[in-house]
Write a protein of this length. Structure first.
Length: 98
């Protein structure tokens, strides 16, 4: 999807539930790349998954809808979404746990 800079949004997500040990990060990377989004995803020591998602608003919304369901083995209890600032590398990557 072609988009101007004004159409880009950035969100920081924190996903809780049964989201570690179920392939959530790899699934998120594949889903975000398929949509052409930039950002990253990582596990957190508290058992949650955190992500930074940057891209056209409509594509980011598509990813958010998917994240609320998660991959087949996951159980998503909540997704906290905050506006984010900053830059992400081109593409979507998996980062180490923090």
């Amino acid at each position: 999807m072609n988009s101007s800079e004004a159409d880009l949004v950035a969100h920081r997500l924190v996903i809780t539930g049964k989201v570690q040990g179920v392939g959530f990060r790899d699934w998120t990377v594949r889903s975000a790349r398929r949509l052409g989004l930039n950002g990253w995803v990582r596990n957190r020591l508290d058992g949650s998954v955190e992500a930074l998602v940057i891209g056209p608003a409509g594509d980011v919304e598509l990813l958010l809808a998917s994240v609320r369901r998660g991959p087949p083995l996951a159980r998503v209890d909540a997704v906290t979404i905050e506006p984010a600032r900053g830059v992400a590398p081109d593409g979507f990557t998996r980062k180490p746990t923090v």
